[in-house]
Design a protein around this ligand. Structure first.
Ligand code: 6PG
Length: 483
């Protein structure tokens, strides 16, 4: 067999399927795994008869690659990535590319790009989304790192990526150093938000409206045929119809304690660092944390009581309200996600293409949806769009959903149904559209107790004042820095 177009290290679920995807697009792939039996099992199993070269050492892997060599790591994020980089550097030559396709934290990717470039090599940190099936049939791929590496990996990445209906691949260059992993991290944060919103509508349907699983399945089926069409609504539809061996809905038997691998948490940490109110994803992460306190909640439920949910309105109308509330909340969540990316682009010096990002998420990934097509259009119409909520299409959507959205939030709250994401979305909307928040009082409080100073509405921005509120304070004021 001739030399391979690319080498891949790490034959776990994502790695194995990516290799098969690459091979099916005409690329020869050399593979290596730390537990080498896995290599033999793969080459003699799913990889049998294909253009896949199994290797038993990194030296053998590198020796089987066409130059400039491209080696992709599909290993666990964190130390394993650093370890493999150290092992690969002495085996590679200037101009070769190391690619990390795991869910690495973007500051690590910034550090690694610099380090690997200093050794004369090129580096790519790329988000790969779509789970097992996406990896095999076409994931969304979000690469960043050394710009010179992009031309080298582009033909492979764009060939194996998902395609939108006109054939455009869901993969394009995101930006320098950690930009690709940053965008993938925000993707995952948005994934957390979308999932939490769907879960809240499910709980309202179940606990307030008293709908059966069959009814809920049918509603999600219908929603998936309209503007909410998305992978997550589609799988929810199917999950709700899935029966356990005894014929009961399996989802009823699943323990309500959510897991998380950290990418949602990182997104919220990044938002706190950059001062962006990413409230919906924040609530979605905390919602998982609250769910995980299962034993404590079960105990609390015997002591703390709320209203018994009771609905006596028009169910059909309320289900339509729910649909609109979900859509409006989703608009807020994505608006916040794009606000975060815009700020990060400034903070880290990335030139992000927001329409391009929406297109990369349009297909292949977990948050793929018709909705992302609309976001792409919004940025096509105005690449400088300051906020998605201000785009004419989304503005109209959110304004026309407002009544329904308020009905859902107030009814759920009156009935004691937990809706952290739906309600924070509406609260954000009410804050964002308010030209005068009570932060005037907050500034007065800060100045009162700590001489932190304030600006005045009747004086230019940047001029700071201090008042001796009690007559007992001195004239010294605190510095006015902001974090
Ligand atoms: C994807 C997913 C994936 C992520 C899982 C699990 O884009 O294919 O985002 O990268 O690992 O969704 O994430 P949690 O365990 O944090 O839910």
């Amino acid at each position: 067999m001739s030399k391979a177009d690319i080498g891949l290290i790490g034959l776990a679920v994502m790695g194995e399927n990516l290799v098969l995807n690459m091979e099916s697009h005409g690329f020869t792939v050399a593979v290596y795994n730390r537990t080498v039996e896995k290599v033999d099992n793969f080459v003699n199993g799913r990889g049998k008869g294909k253009n896949i070269i199994g290797t038993h050492s990194l030296e053998e892997l590198v020796a089987n690659l066409k130059k400039p060599r491209k080696v992709m790591l599909m290993v666990k994020a964190g130390k394993p990535v650093d370890d493999f980089i150290e092992l690969l550097i002495p085996l590679l030559e200037p101009g070769d590319v190391i690619i990390d396709g795991g869910n690495s934290h973007f500051p690590d990717t910034i550090r690694r790009t610099k380090y690997v470039e200093e050794k004369g090599l090129l580096y790519i940190g790329t988000g790969v989304s779509g789970g097992e099936e996406g990896a095999l049939r076409g994931p969304s791929i979000m690469p960043g790192g050394s710009p010179k590496a992009w031309e080298l990996v582009k033909p492979i990445f764009q060939a194996i990526a998902a395609k939108v209906s006109d054939g455009t691949p869901c993969c394009d260059w995101v930006g320098e150093n950690g930009a690709g992993h940053f965008v993938k991290m925000v993707h995952n944060g948005i994934e957390y938000g979308d999932m939490q919103l769907i879960c809240e509508t499910y709980q309202i349907m179940k606990d307030l409206l008293g709908l059966s699983y069959e009814e809920m399945h049918n509603i999600f089926k219908e929603w998936n045929e309209g503007e909410l069409e998305s992978y997550l609504i589609e799988i929810t539809r199917d999950i709700l119809a899935y029966k356990d061996d005894d014929g009961q809905p399996l989802v009823e038997k699943i323990l309500d304690a959510a897991g998380q691998k950290g990418t949602g948490k990182w997104t919220v940490i990044a938002s706190l660092d950059s001062g962006i109110p990413l409230t919906l994803i924040g609530e979605a992460v905390y919602a998982r944390s609250l769910s995980a306190l299962k034993a404590e909640r079960v105990y609390a439920s015997t002591i703390l009581h709320g209203p018994t949910p009771k609905f006596d309105g028009d169910k059909k109308q309320f289900i339509e309200d729910l649909r609109k509330a979900l859509y409006a909340s989703k608009i807020v969540s994505y608006a916040q996600g794009f606000m975060l990316m815009r700020q990060a682009a400034k903070d880290y010096g990335w030139n992000l293409n927001y329409g391009g990002i929406a297109l990369m998420w349009r297909g292949g990934c977990i948050i793929r949806s018709a909705f992302l097509g609309k976001i792409k259009e919004a940025f096509d119409n105005n690449p400088e769009l300051p906020n998605l909520l201000l785009d004419p299409f989304f503005k109209e959507k959110i304004l026309s959903s407002q009544e329904s959205w308020r009905r859902v939030v107030s009814t759920a709250i009156t009935n004691g149904i937990w809706i952290p994401a739906l309600s924070t979305a509406l609260n954000f909307f009410d804050g964002y559209r308010n030209g005068r928040l009570p932060a005037n009082l907050l500034q007065a409080q800060r100045d009162y107790f700590g001489a932190h100073t304030y600006e005045r509405v009747d004086r230019p921005r940047g001029e700071f004042f201090h008042t001796n509120w009690t007559g007992r304070g001195g004239t010294t004021s605190s510095t006015t820095y902001n974090v």
